[in-house]
Design a protein around this ligand. Structure first.
Ligand SMILES: [Zn+2]
Ligand SMILES: [Zn+2]
Length: 135
């Protein structure tokens, strides 16, 4: 990692999960409006793409739910064994981990986000300007 990274802390609702994570100054943040995320969490989700080995976390405290994504690739959702808060998602297609943004203690650096899978599956009450939509 040559870029300057920012250290952040985070954890789940019940406090069982605590982690340290290194983020870019401008992290890659996505609001995912897809049906899979909606059904897994109950609404639109916000996730941060992580660089390799960017997070220090005790995976023994996480349960895993695995399923096939749209193009047949494996997706693993990691969530707290105790409170079921979603913590990480692993997408095999990109070989990347994504952190559920709300798990961060301090969200002040999350100043912009791309909206993905917006077109066909966003909530009708949620209007987002064209420029923030990634197709
Ligand atoms: Zn928890
Ligand atoms: Zn999604």
């Amino acid at each position: 990692m040559t870029k300057e990274m920012i250290k952040k802390t985070g954890g789940c609702f019940c406090g069982e999960i605590k982690f340290n994570v290194s983020l870019d100054k401008k992290p890659r943040v996505f609001n995912c409006h897809c049906i899979d995320c909606r059904k897994k969490i109950g609404g639109m989700i916000t996730i941060i793409q992580l660089r390799d080995n960017a997070i220090e976390i005790d995976k023994n405290k996480l349960n895993i739910f695995e399923h096939n994504g749209g193009s047949g690739n494996k997706i693993k959702k990691f969530f707290c064994k105790k409170c079921a808060a979603p913590v990480l998602t692993y997408v095999s297609k990109w070989d990347k981990y994504y952190l559920y943004a709300g798990m961060l203690d301090d969200i002040s650096i999350l100043k912009s986000a791309y909206n993905i899978f917006y077109e066909n599956s966003h909530f009708p009450f949620m209007e987002i300007s064209e420029s923030n939509i990634k197709t």
